[in-house]
Design a protein around this ligand. Structure first.
Ligand code: ADP
Ligand code: MG
Length: 263
């Protein structure tokens, strides 16, 4: 292994009363790697994302991030460490413009007679530079976010995340509400984010999206990892069989285990 993993999950479990949503999940994500998380409804994907982002505590298991063990008590703590979940729209203020959203809570000010004044021009320039670096073009940065497309909003969120030092971003079905062209641009943005050294966990049920952008595919089934594969060493057909439970394959194909009968 060349570089240590950015995120390392070891035997994570999560119980909701009698329901075992996660039954010992282990995998890693490196910096500059896109991992697609696939699995049927109820497989445990969202629960896992909530644990990584500090919204929920695991019942047991270890979470290491950026070289040490972490116990996030809130999303704020995970965010401080550089982990964020980008949900469609939720974290942007629709009635504020692109610049205000980009600097939300981090506004640049100067004092005039003791009164803080926003440094508008500098904030606009910094926003423009950051979006350009992310390959995103927004015609007017003074447009209120409510007038932008879903794809543009997502691009703003992702670029904002990278710009302010984010390290691992999670996207839960990010393109569900987007059209074909916007989805294509969204995938480009994910690729750009990866190239800037960010780790990405992409939850999607669209196989083509996983194969278009992911370096690795992790299949979850009934709270376990049923497959952990390099994208260039698997196929949509195999992934479907992992999702449905025909086969299991964990660890770069070295210990393929056939558990189904209909092969
Ligand atoms: N807050 C909760 N309380 C009780 N059960 C839950 C809760 N959240 C998730 N579950 C259960 O955990 C399992 C995994 O759910 P989830 O993580 O949402 O799966 P996925 O995102 O893969 O569809 C499901 O059986 C679901 O009903
Ligand atoms: Mg879910």
């Amino acid at each position: 292994m060349a570089s240590p993993a950015l995120l390392n999950l070891v035997d994570i479990t999560k119980k909701f009363g009698a329901v075992e949503a996660l039954r010992g999940v282990s995998f890693s994500v490196s910096a500059g790697e896109v991992v697609a998380l696939l699995g049927d409804n109820g497989a445990g994907k969202s629960t896992l994302v909530k644990i990584i982002s500090g919204e929920q505590r695991p019942t047991s298991g270890r979470l290491e991030f950026d070289g040490r063990e972490r116990h996030f008590a809130s999303p704020g703590e995970a965010k401080d460490a550089g982990i964020e979940t980008v949900y469609q729209d939720l974290s942007l203020c629709p009635n504020l413009d692109v610049v205000a959203n980009f600097f939300m809570g981090r506004e640049l000010t100067r004092k005039v007679f003791g009164i803080p004044i926003l440094r508008d021009r500098e904030m606009r320039e910094e926003t423009r530079r950051a979006l350009t670096a992310g390959g995103t073009r927004i015609p007017s940065l003074r447009t209120d976010v409510e007038h932008l497309s879903g794809g543009q909003r997502q691009a703003i969120e992702l670029n904002r995340f990278v710009h302010w030092g984010g390290k691992l971003v999670m996207l839960d079905e990010p393109f569900a509400a987007l059209g074909v062209e916007q989805t294509r641009r969204g995938l480009e943005t994910v690729d750009n984010v990866r190239q800037r050294g960010i780790g990405v966990i992409l939850i999607t049920h669209v196989m083509a999206q996983a194969f278009a952008v992911a370096d690795r595919i992790i299949v979850m089934r009934q709270g376990i990892v049923a497959g952990d594969l390099r994208t260039d060493e698997t196929s949509p057909d195999e992934v479907v069989r992992l999702i449905t439970g025909d086969i299991e394959r964990v660890g770069q194909g070295f210990k393929q285990q056939e558990v189904g009968t209909n092969l």
